[in-house]
Ligand binder design. Structure first.
Ligand SMILES: [Zn+2]
Ligand SMILES: [Zn+2]
Length: 421
């Protein structure tokens, strides 16, 4: 059975997150999107942890469902913490995910973190002075089956490899605990192909999650597994991620990395962005304001790369680029993604088929029947990868263009609308 997993999201107790992020809504939206396993996010937060325990019951070992079985999606206990501390002469800021096999293990992890002074009430994604290697020790001591996985490893501000406050290798950050780090999350601004340029990551599994701060963003990145339904459990999901056998870890679903908000180098306030080559030519300086550019993910990857672009390591898990259906609809109709028109059509389509089925599998003629021919054509374009993306930078999301102006006219303008003809 194919199952899509989005293992990193946030709850309403994390900064800048929607109040709608409650278990019932998350489960309903996971079903609408076609996500089979969704991370709970934020399990270290006492109030959220209580809400989860009240709302969920164990359905498979280590996987939970809404009580009363009103939704299909399973929940897995996941959270994210922000480790901020000084190592060497640099302040390090690293976001790490924690996966827990059950509520009892989660409680022991919470106790371990609190014993080390972490204030878990402060936020769904709490800040703590605990070093990365100590975090692994605390988590592994609490439960050998719990795992630590660096989140969005390349983002400049909080990524393990981030340009501002990160490290140059997993070993540098996790020291003697590096042996427990078997996966990293590539984040929205990088995709596996970029990571394949770095040979030190060959043994590491590359996973992708939404890091959603609202319901609509669930599943914007995800992992696709082939799982024996009889064996479905927390342990089986961890085993499949760890083994990264493409027969079981089928592929990841990725944003176009250019669309991520830290892909290129640049300055938001100066409305300036550039490629790593241009940055080098400019000596790392912004030509608008004369200050140092914010170095994005593409630059950072090429700094650490020891291989050519395009190299695919043996046993690598493949990936597919996807664009969220709402964005496809918005670009096709040339209206804002938050507009009523887009939301109505999104609702209509996903009432009939889950979003991921539409994005990945449903044939063009069927999508035409579910919605309309323009959306069907756009979905196929995205599947084929023939879209144009303007790179994001310094917190500004990239922009997607599925159809360019003249092309749009050719494809969409109906004969009767063509004036003289
Ligand atoms: Zn984070
Ligand atoms: Zn500038």
């Amino acid at each position: 059975m194919r199952i899509i997993a989005d293992l990193q999201i946030h709850s309403r107790y994390s900064r800048a997150c929607s109040q709608d992020l409650i278990p019932k809504n998350i489960a309903a939206w996971a079903d609408r999107k076609g996500i089979g396993i969704v991370g709970t996010g934020d399990f270290t937060h006492p109030k959220w942890n209580r809400e989860l325990q009240d709302a969920l019951e164990e359905a498979k070992p280590g996987l939970y469902r809404l009580r009363g079985k009103s939704a299909r999606a399973y929940f897995m206990l996941t959270g994210e913490v922000s480790n901020i501390y000084k190592q060497g002469d640099k302040v390090r800021r690293v976001h790490n995910m924690i996966f827990a096999p059950d509520f009892a293990a989660a409680d022991r992890i919470i106790a371990g973190l609190e014993k080390r002074g972490a204030n878990l009430k402060s936020d769904g994604r709490p800040i703590m002075g605990i070093h990365c290697d100590d975090l692994v020790k605390i988590v592994k001591q609490a439960d050998g089956r719990a795992e630590v996985i660096p989140a969005h490893a390349w983002t400049p501000h909080f990524g393990l490899f981030g340009s501002l406050s990160g490290f140059d290798s997993i070993q540098e950050a996790f020291l003697d605990q590096a042996k427990y780090i078997f996966a990293i999350e590539t984040g929205l601004s990088s995709d596996p192909k970029m990571n394949w340029q770095i040979s030190m990551l060959d043994s590491i599994s590359l996973i992708s999650n939404s890091d959603a701060h609202s319901l609509r963003k669930l599943g914007r990145e995800a992992n696709v597994f082939e799982v024996d339904p009889e064996k479905l459990s927390y342990d089986e999901i961890i085993r499949i991620i760890r083994n990264k056998d493409p027969k079981e870890f089928l592929f990841t679903i990725e944003f176009y990395p250019e669309e991520g908000k830290y892909h290129l180098d640049g300055h938001r306030d100066c409305k300036f962005s550039c490629t790593p080559e241009q940055t080098e030519k400019n000596g790392g300086i912004c030509p608008v304001c004369g200050k140092k550019l914010l170095v994005g993910v593409l630059s950072r990857v090429s700094n650490l790369a020891d291989r050519q672009w395009g190299f695919m390591p043996p046993r690598a898990v493949p990936f597919k680029n996807a664009i969220p259906l709402e964005e496809i609809i918005a670009d096709t109709l040339e209206v804002g993604a938050g507009s009523k028109k887009v939301q109505a059509l999104y609702q209509k389509l996903t009432d009939q088929e889950p979003e991921f089925e539409i994005l990945l599998d449903v044939p063009q003629e069927e999508i035409e029947k579910l919605g309309n021919p323009e959306i069907a054509a756009a979905v196929i374009r995205v599947r084929e990868g023939s879209v144009r993306v303007e790179g994001g930078y310094d917190g500004v999301f990239g922009k997607i263009h599925i159809f360019d102006g003249s092309e749009r006219d050719k494809i969409f303008r109906k004969p009767k609308q063509m004036g003289l003809f």
